[in-house]
Design a protein around this ligand. Structure first.
Ligand SMILES: [Zn+2]
Length: 122
């Protein structure tokens, strides 16, 4: 049995494991059983994922990151190409939604990994 204490695994490795939706402790078991629903425990090392409750944190981080990068992009596109308002909405709203929904599971995985690394399962 390996020693799986959080202080042994470095932060970058832990976050990368979580980002790619693997168990932050062993890196072998899958973190989610669906789009955003975590398994109750890791299939490889039995880490209890139910104690690592992410709540709304990943959603706030994802929306913050997407807005940080997309809002300047939309302003630049508006200033440069001056598209009609309806066309700008038709492009920007679905694009924002797709990026947020695509990024959310990865951010949630990294967030759960950060919770485990910081001792959230104690
Ligand atoms: Zn594991």
């Amino acid at each position: 049995m390996q020693n799986y204490t959080p202080h042994i695994t470095p932060w970058p490795k832990t976050l990368i494991r979580g980002f790619f939706r693997y168990c932050p402790r062993c890196g072998e078991g899958r973190l989610f059983k669906g789009y955003l629903t975590p398994h109750s425990k890791c299939s490889a090392c039995s880490l209890n994922f139910e104690l690592l409750n992410a709540d709304d944190g990943p959603a706030y981080i994802t929306m913050g990151l997407v807005c940080l990068f997309l809002i300047p992009f939309f302003f630049i596109a508006q200033a440069r190409y001056e598209p009609p308002f309806a066309l700008a909405l038709l492009i920007s709203l679905p694009l924002t939604l797709i990026i947020i929904l695509g990024l959310l599971p990865f951010i949630k995985g990294a967030f759960i990994a950060a919770l485990w690394k910081s001792g959230g399962d104690n």
